[in-house]
Every structure is written in C-alpha cells, then in structure tokens.
Ligand binder design. Structure first.
Ligand code: AMP
Length: 187
C-alpha cells in the first residue's frame, strides 16, 4: 500500500528538503504540486516491493497526476487493474476525520467514536500517546473536501471512461468496507 500522504508526512517528520517544501500546502489543506508527487511516485514504483503489484492510496488526486501516472505505467509496461472509489457523504467524513487519532510509534489509526483505544489517549499496541493530525481540524477538513470536489472528483470520470472504476458504499464498518475492497482487488 503506497500512500502519498504517509510518504509526505514521513518527509516532514524527518525534516527533509522535500518535507520542508510541502508542509505549508498540507497544513493549509491544499494539494502539493503535481510535479513533486509524480517524482516521488516514479521513484517509489521502481522499488522491488512493487514487483508483484501495489495499492495506490490518495493518488492520483488531479487529472495531470492521472495522466502522469498513465505515462509512468506505460514506461514500466504496467497497467491499473481497478480504481476503487469509496463513497462517503461529506458530513460523515468530517465526523470520521475530526475523531481520528494515530500512534506515531506504530502508525495504528483509531477513531474516538467508531474504534476507540482501550485506554483513552494511548495506543493498544505500544502504549504510546495518540495524536491528532494537524490537518484533521474542522476548517482544514472542509478545505480538503473543497479541494477534493474541485480537483479530485474529475479523476473518477477519467477512469470511468477507461471502464475500471468500482464504487464502494463506504458509510459502514471498516471490516465490511475492507471485504468489499478485497473482493474487487482479488477478482
Ligand atoms: P492524505 O494523507 O491522503 O489525507 O493527504 C494529506 C495531505 O497530503 C493532502 O491534503 C495534501 O496536502 C497532501 N497530498 C497527499 N497526497 C497527495 C497527492 N496525490 N497530490 C497532492 N497532494 C497530496
């Protein structure tokens, strides 16, 4: 699973040049420039762990990113098998994200309403303190949703034209959604 958001956050916490370049965009809920993302993905897809396939998470988020990915895949002689669209109403996204808490140590993600830790504020696995992502506050979440509707939603149509889009009703429980995603991936 390759998450561009996780890769960017790792760069920020390691204080790399890239991390420094992207943090203002992320804090404001804006997208990082396409060229930065495409360079990062280009390097990542060349790693050996991608040889047997991979799941791209949070990418592509714009039409230029989708076009850039097509070109990269062409060069690698690969193709996308499926594009999974997780359909969730904006108000549920706001509730989920503002209650999301993560462990900096092991990366496990909790939700204070739908999947809280056993001890408040502590990770079940490693007892580390949980933290709330800087962009998971109500106004930045709203901005990220605006950006999604403007710049990312058109990407769904881009892939629908290729006939590889599958929409999953994602208002339910994690395990139900996971089963639906896996059934698409392994089909
Ligand atoms: P995420 O972890 O997917 O919620 O992404 C968090 C933030 O990272 C986004 O709001 C953007 O600022 C940035 N980001 C992650 N993936 C991308 C992408 N594919 N294109 C542009 N910005 C991205």
């Amino acid at each position: 699973q390759i998450s561009t958001g996780d890769m960017l956050r790792e760069n920020i916490s390691n204080k790399t040049i890239l991390g420094n370049e992207v943090q203002t965009f992320m804090k404001a809920g804006e997208l990082v420039p396409d060229s930065v993302i495409l360079d990062m993905i280009k390097d990542r897809l060349l790693k050996n762990d991608c040889n047997n396939g991979y799941i791209l998470d949070g990418f592509p988020r714009t039409i230029p990113q989708a076009e850039g990915l097509d070109q990269l895949l062409n060069n690698l002689n690969q193709k996308l098998n499926h594009v999974v669209v997780m359909d969730v109403a904006d108000n549920l996204i706001i509730t989920r994200l503002s209650n999301r808490r993560s462990c900096k140590c092991c990366g496990r993600v909790y939700n204070l309403i739908f999947g809280p830790p056993k001890i408040a504020g502590e990770c079940d696995e490693c007892n580390e303190k949980l933290y709330c992502r800087e962009d998971d506050n109500p106004s930045t979440i709203q901005q990220r949703l605006n950006v999604f509707h403007e710049q990312t939603e058109p990407v769904i149509n881009y892939y629908s034209k290729q006939g590889i889009t599958k929409v999953i009703d994602s208002k339910g429980l994690i395990d139900e959604i996971k089963t639906d995603i896996l059934s698409i991936i392994i089909s």
